[in-house]
Design a protein around this ligand. Structure first.
Ligand code: FES
Length: 157
């Protein structure tokens, strides 16, 4: 990973140890997880023990310490989405991406995650890919959405 970008994030926060959480969030936003090299760099730059960063990362569930895909495919499995067929949508995604929930594709493009109600029940079944909400999904429309994301990725190469 590009440690210069981690340095830039730390500098944006004036190397302020009280901004540790924000620094960690910004690094995760960039990489989709907290790489070990980044954690080590933050520790050195802020002059704090690595263990402090790891204990914060494990305390806040939103941090990920294992590599995740470039695109995070979050399937809502809350009650309303479940009733509206979230399981079928999740199975379709697993089939299309050839991985199971919680896994990352071998090319590092997608990770499937299950989330609980995100407060948009009227849109169920709901899938959030990166920051885009895809509501009222059917297995067929889900496949189309995934294809679109894959194609835009290929077009962007
Ligand atoms: S249950 Fe899925 S958004 Fe509420």
């Amino acid at each position: 990973m590009d440690l210069a970008k981690v340095d830039a994030i730390i500098e944006e926060h004036n190397s302020d140890v009280t901004a540790l959480l924000a620094i960690m969030q910004d690094v995760q936003e960039m990489e989709n997880y907290l790489p070990r090299e980044a954690v080590e760099r933050i520790a050195v730059k802020l002059n704090i023990p690595i263990s402090k960063i790891y204990s914060m990362a494990t305390f806040y569930e939103s941090f990920h310490l294992e590599p995740r895909g470039k695109h995070i495919c979050k399937v809502c499995v809350g009650t309303a989405c479940h009733v509206r067929g979230a399981t079928r949508i999740l199975e379709q995604i697993e089939r299309d991406l050839e991985i199971l929930s919680g896994e990352t594709t071998a090319d590092g493009q997608f990770t499937i995650e299950e989330v609980n109600c995100v407060g948009a029940c009227a849109l169920g079944p709901l899938v959030i890919i990166d920051k885009d909400y895809h509501g009222n999904m059917t297995p067929a429309s889900m496949s189309k959405v995934l294809k679109k994301v894959t194609q835009s990725e290929e077009g962007g190469k």
